[in-house]
Design a protein around this ligand. Structure first.
Ligand code: NG6
Ligand code: CA
Length: 514
């Protein structure tokens, strides 16, 4: 049994009126829609300065709420980033938080008190729709042909309809409320990440069968003409259609909102866009002029617009906290020959920042973050103060007027005024992690990257990772592109920040609220 939450008197004045769990009636509790896109860079949206691609719906969301300019995810890849968001715990505190294969067991222990648990205890209907990538089932992985348990149901989600891992990983099936959708007992599903199972062709053996070719990796079982990571066989009837994924998850999200229009709800929605393989629906194909990557940005923008329209049509927009963000930074060639590099046409997915997905440089974790809440946030706000995904869950608890159980969200701290777009000091420091486990800490204008023996460049994706054998120190206000390493010029600052990382690692120092 998870700990109960307790009423708190921590609420800043002004927020109390908006508080929900702590007293307001069911009707006044704000709904929460949290859309996390995949591999979308801070330079990929027109509201963040993109000029070669246009995202009118997301721009409108931003103009009606607060657009955050200095917000970070905790990792430059998906599984650890999502883990941190839902648990408020840095992923490097737990060793199973690397990029999860499609047959991984649940990454979040069911005993952990998650953000979904918080909303559930506050009387919300809760759902996870779309990309999951946090494992399913026990340690041995899910039983694709039976009941899948434990599952998101056991960490606070009443309902879920998910892509188990990523769209480039098998099994290419949806799982809904503990069962594979359209499962067929006469055609059982087998999945293996070590060796081939069954006789479905692989991209390596039969490149002539491919409609989209890999550039690196991604040469295992072919599903819908695209070879994936991992091997699978069976479940033919259950296979998703790549072109329809955006429509399918959008429709599932809409159904959830409509079914819960009269009670508070928390919708956690992970889009597969803009992760590889990038397969736009025909109505978006070729429309961006930037190739498939640009087309799926348009598709993503459509998805956000559909959710906005759904809220509008039900009269729910006013009292819904609508968050849009990304799990990590952008990448162009992430393993398929989809011409993302060739058709870039001057577009800059990383904006002015260095690196991208996988790296510890800014573009790896500095992500778009937009919050719209007409009843609580002034339209057209720009939040320049620092914020981080790790703080989102405790911040929502503060807005709900509750204090968390003792061990919940050990690394996050509540910043309700920052989330509301107010000009108050942002979080004191944030820690990020690269795919290679290198940590960095940002405090004020300073960013310290710990020493690392990881490669300097990930060759396949052509990403600068930000690895320095002697560590690095940047003044990211004067030098947001992280060009001038000041580690030797300001050794005392580097030492202080290294000490802060070490203390955080050992659990001794977690900021002023702990
Ligand atoms: C990498 C994959 C990449 C992507 C990534 C996870 C290869 C060669 N590359 O290992 O394509 O799937 O994992 O992306 O297999 S994430 O956004 O879900 O973290
Ligand atoms: Ca991602």
């Amino acid at each position: 049994m998870k700990n109960k939450i307790f009423l708190a008197s921590l609420l800043p004045a002004g927020l109390a009126l908006l508080s929900s769990c702590g007293g307001a009636g069911q009707k006044e509790k704000p709904n929460v829609v949290f859309i996390i896109s995949d591999d979308l860079g801070i330079g990929d949206l027109s509201c963040y300065g993109a000029t070669k691609v246009h995202t009118p719906n997301i721009d409108r969301l931003a103009s009606q709420g607060a657009q955050f300019m200095n917000t970070y995810s905790s990792s430059s890849v998906s599984t650890p980033s999502r883990f941190c968001l839902l648990t408020g715990k840095y992923p490097w505190r737990q060793d199973n938080t690397g990029i999860a294969p499609g047959n991984a067991g649940m990454v979040i222990d069911t005993a952990v008190y998650t953000m979904a648990d918080l909303f559930k205890e506050c009387g919300y209907a809760t759902a996870a729709i779309g990309k999951w990538h946090l494992g399913l089932g026990g340690a041995e992985g899910p039983d694709w042909n039976g009941e899948i348990t434990p599952s998101p149901h056991d960490i606070g989600f009443d309902h879920y309809f998910v892509i188990p891992a990523t769209v480039d990983r098998v099994p290419c099936v949806y799982v809904e409320d503990n069962y594979v959708v359209n499962a067929d007992a006469s055609d059982p599903i087998y999945v293996d990440y070590g060796r081939k199972v069954g006789d479905w062709p692989t991209g390596k053996e039969h490149p002539e069968l491919l409609t989209l070719h890999p550039s690196h990796g991604h040469d295992n079982t072919i599903i819908n003409g695209i070879s994936r990571i991992g091997y699978m066989t069976g479940g033919k009837r259950a296979l998703w259609k790549d072109e329809d994924i955006a429509d399918t998850i959008t429709s599932k999200a809409r159904q959830f909102i409509i079914a819960n229009k009269d009670n508070p709800f928390f919708l956690y929605m992970g889009t597969q866009d803009v992760h590889v393989p990038r397969i736009p629906h025909p109505r978006f194909a070729g429309k961006s002029g930037l190739g498939a990557r640009g087309d799926v940005i348009l598709q993503l923008d459509w998805t956000v617009g559909e959710i906005m329209n759904t809220l509008d049509s039900l009269g729910l927009a006013e009292n819904t906290i609508f968050v849009f963000t990304s799990d990590n930074g952008p990448v162009l060639d992430d393993g398929y020959r989809d011409c993302a590099v060739e058709m870039l046409n001057g577009h800059t997915p990383s904006g002015i920042y260095r690196g991208g997905k996988y790296s510890i440089y800014e573009a790896g974790t500095r992500i778009p973050f937009i919050v719209r809440w007409p009843s609580g946030i002034r339209a057209g706000t720009r939040q320049e103060n620092m914020f981080s995904h790790v703080d989102f869950f405790p911040t929502m608890a503060a807005i709900a007027g509750v204090s968390l159980p003792q061990h919940a969200a050990p690394d996050g701290r509540p910043y309700p005024d920052v989330l509301m777009g107010k000009d108050v000091p942002g979080c004191e420091y944030v820690i990020q992690q690269s795919m290679y486990g290198t940590l960095a800490v940002i405090e004020g204008v300073w960013k310290y990257i710990e020493p690392s023996n990881a490669p300097e460049i990930q060759r396949e994706t052509n990403t600068e990772l930000g690895s320095y054998k002697g560590g690095a120190l940047f003044n990211i206000q004067d030098d947001p592109g992280e060009r001038v390493n000041l580690v030797e010029s300001y050794p005392e600052i580097a030492r202080r920040l290294a000490g802060r990382l070490a203390a955080s690692r050992s659990g001794e120092w977690r900021g002023e609220y702990k």
